[in-house]
Write a protein of this length. Structure first.
Length: 486
């Protein structure tokens, strides 16, 4: 039985319809249209039944007479837990006016997302589905509201979708928001993409046939299709290249999906046997995934008739994750993670989800009435990542600007507490040295070493600061070396 046909979902629709009776959206439609749209989005993302039911009921506690206890009695503790989390998104700012000076335009949503993610990642996924439908129906709002919602969508929700590797969602949210923020620019770039793609359609079809023929000859099972660059993505890339459209090589790309990783590399080799690869344009995101878990092989080639084309090669599983991210893999490896969120066992998160650690720590601090440096938190959440190797070849991802102690504490809090030095690429280095992509970092420790407050000046990640603070609290104050600056 499909989720949409289950008796529990039918019951949720019935209860939500009754609860929202008489309420209208700004479009003039009955309000129930919105939760039903959220339901459909969550189903498309492949979410579990409890999440879909919570999506249907996500506005009932805030906007109707329904209570969390009513929902718990009818649908169980998990659904009530998720609905409660989404409801708290609307009230998280209460009593936190001190945040006004940090992020005047995005503080509301960032703070709400902090609290939500501290509960269960599915709350965040429901909120993203809610935001997607609201973005799709933005035309019903007055221009000032359109601008405000579009801006926070572009600055907060689209980047968060990207961090969850929900590529399809990131593209749609970004393009919709950009179309309201700068309509003239949006229309110009959309037309430019259409014109360029129309002029290259014939040569692209020829390249697709040549690649298909050689893959078939080598008995590689594959699917091949075109991928057109999104409007907002082109806008961002043109800013990097001084508006020179001729410097953009991936306006159109061919995407190849194969059965396994071995076939990915075989396909790459075959493409390079047909065309000349461009130096510096081969990217192996399979061996070294992006910080959000994205995996694929990218290569840009020059054909004999001087056409430049990018290829993306990945497995079906990689493709599903690239399109739907965390939602796509939820049933396979996220259920235990979700239980860890609820139980506070956040140290077991997969590497590409360790940024949630930082959200949880900040959320806990805010709930306890502590001041949190939202500027630094936002930097850690949305900044580019670097990949650093241990001497054994294990990969650790960190925010750009990270220092050796950030790396040490990411490995293990006990390693961090006993650091006496560091070797970077085989050379002794200072603990103030910034790490770079693909550095090999060896942490030197001594069991007699203890943490120092001066180390606060040598870390940038909230994860390292949190562990360091906890360790210092257990050391007698008279034996702690004071920091020169804090």
């Amino acid at each position: 039985m499909k989720n949409s046909e289950s008796p529990r979902i039918h019951q949720a629709i019935k209860i939500a319809t009754t609860a929202h009776e008489g309420q209208l959206r700004k479009t003039g439609e009955p309000y129930i249209v919105h939760p039903l749209a959220v339901k459909k989005i969550l189903e498309e993302w492949g979410m579990d039944e409890d999440t879909i039911i919570a999506g249907i009921l996500h506005d009932t506690v805030e906007d109707t007479n329904l209570t969390i206890e009513n929902i718990k009695t009818e649908f169980g503790e998990t659904v009530a837990f998720l609905v409660d989390g989404v409801t708290k998104l609307g009230t998280a700012r209460k009593g936190m006016k001190d945040l006004d000076s940090y992020l005047p335009e995005t503080k509301d949503n960032l703070l709400r997302l902090l609290i939500a993610t501290g509960s269960d990642i599915r709350v965040l996924i429901i909120k993203l589905a809610d935001r997607l439908h609201n973005a799709r129906t933005l035309s019903a709002l007055p221009p000032d509201k359109q601008q405000k919602i579009a801006k926070e969508t572009l600055e907060v929700f689209a980047p968060l979708a990207d961090r969850l590797n929900m590529g399809r969602l990131r593209v749609e949210l970004s393009d919709i928001a950009f179309s309201y923020i700068d309509r003239r620019r949006y229309d110009y770039l959309k037309k430019l993409i259409e014109t360029r793609n129309k002029s290259s359609a014939k040569s692209l079809k020829k390249i697709e046939k040549e690649v298909s023929d050689i893959l078939t000859k080598e008995k590689i099972n594959f699917e091949i299709s075109g991928r057109i660059k999104s409007v907002y993505s082109l806008h961002r890339k043109l800013e990097k290249y001084n508006q020179n459209i001729d410097a953009i090589y991936d306006l159109t790309a061919l995407r190849i999906i194969v059965d396994d990783i071995t076939s990915c590399y075989l396909a790459l080799g075959l493409i390079h046997s047909l065309y000349t690869p461009m130096g510096g344009r081969i990217k192996d995101y399979i061996s070294v995934p992006k910080q959000n878990g994205y995996q694929s092989l990218h290569t840009t080639v020059i054909t004999p008739d001087k056409k430049i084309i990018e290829f993306q090669i990945r497995t079906r599983e990689m493709h599903e994750y690239a399109e739907r991210g965390l939602a796509a893999s939820f049933f396979y490896n996220e259920q235990k993670v979700t239980e860890n969120y609820k139980q506070g066992k956040i140290q077991h998160l997969p590497t590409n989800l360790l940024w949630i650690n930082e959200l949880q720590a900040a959320a806990a601090g805010l709930r306890a009435g502590k001041k949190v440096d939202i500027k630094k938190l936002k930097l850690n959440l949305f900044a580019d990542k670097i990949f650093v190797y241990t001497p054994k070849g294990d990969i650790v991802d960190l925010p750009k600007g990270s220092l050796p102690l950030d790396f040490a504490y990411r490995l293990h809090s006990e390693i961090g507490s006993h650091v006496v030095g560091v070797k970077i690429n085989g050379k002794m280095s200072n603990l103030n040295t910034h790490l770079h992509n693909f550095d090999v970092v060896e942490i030197l420790t001594n069991k007699n070493q203890t943490p120092k407050t001066t180390w606060f000046d040598k870390v940038i990640t909230s994860h390292a600061r949190q562990k360091l603070r906890a360790q210092l609290s257990k050391i007698p104050k008279k034996s702690i070396i004071p920091s020169k600056k804090r």
